[in-house]
Design a protein around this ligand. Sequence first.
Ligand SMILES: [Zn+2]
Length: 297
Amino acid sequence: MALGSKIYKVGDVTIRRLNELETNGFTAKGLIPDWDPSILEQHKDWLVQGSMEEDLEHVIITIGTWIVKTPKHTILIDTAIGNDKNLPASTGLANLQLPYIQWLKEAGVAPEDVDYVLLTHLHYDHVGWNTKLVDGKWVPTFPNAKYVFPKTEENYYDSLGTNNEANNPSINAFEESVLPIIQAGLAEYIGPEGGEYLEGIKFIPSPGHSIGQMSISVTSRGEEAFFASDVMHHPIQVYRPEWNSCFCEIDEQARESRLWALAYAADRNVLYLGTHFPGSSAGYVSRDGDGFKWRYE
Ligand SMILES: [Zn+2]
């Protein structure tokens, strides 16, 4: 079931998960190079309930979109991988053919209905459905939307001079999924300081995983949802915040942003909405002694 069964209510805002895909294709060590299997002694029981395979080798993650409806607007946060994309074969994610648009319709969202597409960063697994391939051309999937993303990210991926090993994950993604949006005049930018973009919707810098990544806070009637972005890929990192994923570009900054996000989520008791956690990808972080703990919602 690609469309999450739960509909979260945060004040007057409703939030629903759309998993473009869920995969056990990564080993724990592959996704998290610092992975130490001794952590299983304490955490095995909950991990095998949907977060890790019984083999205790492969972790489960998702790639997806958050559908956010406010009283005024229909908003998507991050747009997964997309169909027909010319990604490197090594990703195993090139040329997908998935009924993502149909899944959105099942959530009551036609492409024309989307008012805003908010992007936490510009890695290929967050921008794909920005565009679709029509007669050999990449065109905006959501023709009436403003696409909003950190300017620092655009500056970085726009320039061949900044291409390096760390931003290899974005090969072709900028050209196929971001540039056509800019050329169509649908892009709006968030400066490096972040800030409120729409009433109750705020971008907060959380760099490190990528150079200009931002998390997004949505508040309504005193309640808050926290779209954390890729500060974590898997809930085991709640218990080991010093463990980066293999996709984190700036290691020390990624660790700092992870600790910041955990403290933010725990101390404000906000609904934490991850991009890649398995299943619902949603839950709560709380403090536990010197560290943190996780509970799915
Ligand atoms: Zn990602």
